[in-house]
Design a protein around this ligand. Sequence first.
Ligand SMILES: NC(=O)c1ccc[n+]([C@@H]2O[C@H](COP(=O)([O-])OP(=O)(O)OC[C@H]3O[C@@H](n4cnc5c(N)ncnc54)[C@H](OP(=O)(O)O)[C@@H]3O)[C@@H](O)[C@H]2O)c1
Length: 384
Amino acid sequence: MAKRIVILGSTGSIGENALAVVRHLADRFRVTGLAAGQRVARLAEQAREFGCDWVFTPHAERRDELAGALPAGCRSLADAEELLAAVTAADVDMVLCAIVGTSGLAPVLAAIRAGKDIALASKEILVMAGEIVMAEARRHGVRILPVDSEHCAIFQCLDGQPPPDRIIITASGGPFRDQPELDLATVTPEMALAHPTWNMGAKISIDSATLMNKGLEVIEARWLFGLAPDQIEAVVHPQSIIHSMVEFADGSILAQMGYPNMQLPIQYCLTYPERMPSPVKRMDFAQLHTLTFVPPDPARFPALRLAHEALRAGGVQPCAFNAANEVAVARFLDRRLAFSGIWRVVEDVLAATVPGHPETLDEILLADRQARALAAQVADRLAR
Ligand SMILES: NC(=O)c1ccc[n+]([C@@H]2O[C@H](COP(=O)([O-])OP(=O)(O)OC[C@H]3O[C@@H](n4cnc5c(N)ncnc54)[C@H](OP(=O)(O)O)[C@@H]3O)[C@@H](O)[C@H]2O)c1
């Protein structure tokens, strides 16, 4: 029987790649519902192509336009409550969450509590609420399958293995890794959006340029794999061929490789535990001349240091790290904050955050709101 899936964030880079995987393995999947944000015309087209039962946009003012473009038999959900009911319905086997930021947290938690497996691209959710999400997943016996290529690589390397001694997350290094002379305060959104290896949404492209993406991934890995902060390292690997590595007690290191293409980890999550044929380009070792590795530069790119500090402090700090970064990235994209101001906002918010250990979703949402308010104040102070 076809696996029935819901895709949250279907009009984005990951969402479109997930639908490409479904197109390729059409007899394996049925897409029951889709959610997206502003791109409602594209959402309606997707619903038509994949014969979905429902679609959702959180933007109430766009729902008439969406409803008018939908094919017969597909309905537009009226509000967030209806979305929660739709993702927890009996006709859903798996939810793929690729909404940028943390808006997917409530539907993901609801789906976990209803016993649905989750393919998770939205790393911000685990950074904000990893402890709760993973505890709920264990309680309800559901799998959290990591779509992030690095975590998918680690997940594959760990399959059937004992716990590792350490994991090594690879980083492309972003567009400015080879420009030591560049004054990072002068970087514009256009410069930062031009990623050397991956074609991604705006927010994650900026996160890659600041290396905040690696910081978020270090925290994400802590929750996904249950490791201590000092077991998680990052190394810059500009070719983005090795997606991450795992070292075991005997010193053996396993790595997962492939040309950079998000359809590979997405398909792995959607078909897990099976491996299915895929059209992705095969590795040509005659063409692959060098694989290089260099340590990240903490002086120019303090993101990894900040992430490790937040992780070691624990409690509310990772949530504040994520919230401050989201606010700072939005300000940078609006040209109201310098590129180098992104780290500054995060650092100042972490320093000013009152220690605490949020245990419920409401407490986490409160901590998130407080950190965003603090970040807005810091960003106002640093505004150009
Ligand atoms: N792109 C990658 O290669 C990659 C790799 C690893 C992990 N990730 C993670 O995957 C997530 C998505 O990244 P992306 O690059 O695909 O981002 P993206 O291209 O910006 O797409 C984001 C998607 O989220 C939708 N969206 C935004 N707010 C929403 C809301 N409140 N409710 C429902 N949908 C909403 C957008 O809809 P509209 O566009 O219609 O507004 C769009 O479909 C991020 O957390 C990122 O860190 C991405």
